[in-house]
Design a protein around this ligand. Sequence first.
Ligand code: SAM
Length: 234
Amino acid sequence: MRIDIVSIFPDYLGPLRLSLIGKAVDSGTIELHIHDLRDWTADRHRTVDDTPYGGGPGMVMSPEPWGRALDDIRGTTDLKPKLVIPTPSGARFVQSTAQQWSAHPWLVFACGRYEGIDARLAQFYHADQHWDGVAEVSIGDYVLAGGEVAAMVMVEAVGRLLPGVLGNEVSAADDSFSIDDSGELVEGPVFTRPQIWRGLEVPEVLLSGHHAHIVQWRAAQAQDRTEQMRSVDR
Ligand code: SAM
């Protein structure tokens, strides 16, 4: 899968070279390109923002450098990238979004700053036949300073689902939100050695070696934890 990320703080994306995703990049499973939006500015000050029409506080990112950057990145290939614009006002990014995107050959992330990117950018690329649509997505109901952390969250969630990234011994199918078709269930508690730690014992059933009982226990724990942690009354 190819992933491009455009930001005015390309160094912010450094952690994507580490750990699981870093290994996927090193092995070529992910072809990662990180770009500095300012490379597509046209003035001495490398300006990327301007005052908002209609007034109000803050600055808005101009569509001009963004348009040039995205056109250059797509180039002349026949492959259609999907444009991802992180924004708190977008549709919620969830595990099923990560699953769908993990089958996509090419994602391009446009990381906003300030009050966000001029809305015409999404409008234009939504209608551009050279692109496979635009996803304006939020990673949660809070406001970050920029799209970089959101892009990293999404790249990690998508990247770990790519074939070979987790390794054979681990399966994403047992993870929270993948356990059943509802996409709602979270995983129950997990334990490792020692068997007794500070007086606290590992549940007996996990030591029993009885596979069917363990499966049953884990399913019940997943139900309990989902109700406990994610009930609407919390
Ligand atoms: N004025 C915008 C609003 O109220 O919706 C917030 C802009 S925020 C300060 C700047 C940038 O951070 C956004 O353009 C987006 O790229 C990113 N961002 C902030 N919160 C986010 C979230 N919850 N999910 C995804 N991206 C977010």
